[in-house]
Write a protein that binds this ligand. Structure first.
Ligand SMILES: Cc1cc2nc3c(=O)[nH]c(=O)nc-3n(C[C@H](O)[C@H](O)[C@H](O)COP(=O)(O)OP(=O)(O)OC[C@H]3O[C@@H](n4cnc5c(N)ncnc54)[C@H](O)[C@@H]3O)c2cc1C
Length: 491
């Protein structure tokens, strides 16, 4: 089948884009790895933010987003996404997402650094409901071709002026437009809250074909993750703290008072650093003992599967890599600097989240970008069919497991909650001396490490023990294919 659009990734960004494209009659090829259940979108528990209640406002949602973003949000982009948030929620409701309600209307909750209750949720499996709803609409659609394969490369026209398709399953697939919706790169670390495919291969390939990437050093750790050796890490949603749970140390002291006025609902980077200072941090869930199994059934059952009883009141928790702020520089409609190549969702960098993401703003950004990208593609449909049979392939061999272990170890050491020049320099030396140093994933990790080394300040999701202060001027890090790192005022 000849297709109008290739979408790589089947999370909320990719599926939303696909849904709007096929409604307009465009033929879509969706390439994804694993299954729909193993996307960050499917894992999302807490919900999706929108100023909905009369007591709330877009202006307040903007303020909270920009406070979390620590000087690096683009106010126009923040206004745009916050303005459109209620309409996007309405869109999801119309599509059939069953957000929780009670007698007073939608039951909205609060998460860290939100001034108001504005999080729409479906119990604690909001992302699952959204992906199931979109998947249901797309599953048997005649204009959708599903391909379960890892990306092996990006194709450009022979003069390398335009992306004209992708390679997977040892074959080339051409289309007028290619959309990357491949999520973030948290799983490049040896342990994260993310599914296995999210190691950033889409971003690495975009970088390899010359699309600028930026703000790669900003990485969000989720403070409350329960880790055991026998099970995958279990994220304990911030909504539990929003509804009364609180952190204690090994002496049972509520320590967050010492670190931030918002206490347990302080921004995630503040909570994560506080937890590293304290010993034996645990989440006390006494205020939720009667409600947890109804309000947070997924977490409750996952805890039981890990040996918890309904009488246990404390969960040992630790910060774990969760969300990557940086990515492929893109407009809110996904347009990148490379003609024919679009980036939407967590793999992109729009300026919405800045240096740190406000909880529940990422499903929002990814979904709206999916819609916007589809509108753009529909308007510009078929204007760029590629007739030239020659092409330029930028390929990426899958990394051997020992290389992935090497990269995981390196990122754990150098790019943790607290970083320093020594660790970053030593990681750069190890990477530069590795036989695989020219592989796109190694080059991408090199760009991340350089961005972290050269940001000689602490801000949002980047904290340096050797540079703990924040500069007065907030600047973005930008890396183009030339590997030159620039610090710029706007992206
Ligand atoms: C545990 C957890 C809880 C979260 N909770 C919330 C929340 O409550 N609210 C909120 O707003 N955000 C939350 N987030 C963040 C949010 O879920 C993500 O930012 C968002 O879902 C990203 O959507 P996406 O469509 O960009 O990417 P994803 O949903 O990550 O999808 C990426 C897709 O790309 C595919 N892919 C990746 N690499 C390749 C490759 N090389 N080849 C082929 N396919 C590839 C994957 O298979 C997948 O289909 C949470 C994240 C996690 C991990």
């Amino acid at each position: 089948m000849s297709v109008d659009v290739i979408i790589v990734g089947a999370g909320i960004a990719g599926l939303m884009c696909a849904y709007d494209c096929v409604r307009a009659g465009q033929a879509v090829l969706i390439v994804y790895q694993g299954d729909l259940e193993h996307t960050s979108s499917f894992y999302a528990q807490g919900g999706i933010a929108a100023a909905w209640l009369d007591s709330d406002s877009t202006a307040q949602h903007m303020t909270d987003t920009m406070m979390a973003g620590d000087g690096l949000c683009d106010p126009r982009v923040v206004q745009d996404f916050c303005d459109h948030a209620p309409a996007f929620i309405q869109r999801l409701i119309d599509l059939g997402v069953p957000f929780d309600q009670d007698a007073g209307g939608y039951r909205l909750t609060k998460e860290g650094a939100h001034e108001h209750s504005r999080i729409f949720h479906v119990k604690d499996h909001t992302g699952t409901s959204i992906i199931q709803t979109l998947g249901h609409h797309l599953k048997d659609h005649p204009l959708v071709q599903w391909e379960n394969h890892a990306l092996q490369g990006v194709l450009q026209s022979s003069d390398q002026s335009r992306v004209i398709g992708v390679r997977f399953n040892d074959q080339n697939y051409l289309a007028p437009n290619t959309v990357l919706a491949t999520g973030g790169f948290s799983n490049i670390f040896s342990r994260s809250t993310n599914p296995r495919p999210n190691i950033g291969e889409g971003i690495a390939l975009a970088y390899a074909v010359g699309a600028p990437v930026g703000d790669l050093e900003f990485i969000q750790f989720h403070p409350t993750v329960f880790c055991t050796d026998s099970h995958p890490p279990l994220l304990i949603s911030e909504a539990l703290r929003g509804e009364g749970a609180f952190l204690v140390n090994k002496n049972n002291e509520r320590f967050m008072k010492k670190y931030h006025e918002l206490e347990d609902l302080a921004p995630r980077d503040v909570v994560s650093r506080a937890m590293i200072q304290e010993s034996g941090p645990k989440l006390n869930i006494v205020p939720l003992m009667t409600s947890i199994q109804y309000r947070f059934p997924t977490i409750y059952h996952a805890l039981q599967a890990r040996g918890f009883s309904q009488h246990d009141i404390e969960i040992p928790v630790q910060p774990l890599v969760h969300y990557t702020l940086g990515g492929i520089v893109a407009k809110p409609n996904g347009q990148t600097e490379k003609p024919g190549l679009f980036a939407i969702g967590e793999c992109s960098l729009t300026g919405f989240h800045g240096a740190n993401r406000l909880a529940s703003n990422s499903l929002l950004e990814a979904g709206i970008m999916g819609q916007r990208c589809a509108s753009f593609l529909i308007q510009h449909a078929k204007s760029h069919h590629h007739n030239d049979t020659s092409h330029h392939l930028t390929s990426m061999d899958p990394l051997a497991s020992e290389d992935l272990i090497f990269l995981g170890h390196l990122t754990n050491q150098a790019l943790g909650v607290i970083r320093s020049s020594n660790e970053l320099t030593s990681a750069i030396d190890s990477l530069g001396g590795h036989p695989q140093k020219d592989h796109p994933m190694f080059l991408f990790l090199m760009a991340i490490l350089h961005s972290a080394l050269h940001r000689k300040e602490s801000r949002g999701g980047h904290y340096r023990s050797d540079f703990p202060d924040t500069h007065a001027n907030a600047r973005h890090s930008l890396v183009a294919h030339s590997h030159e790192l620039l610090h710029v005022d706007a992206i």
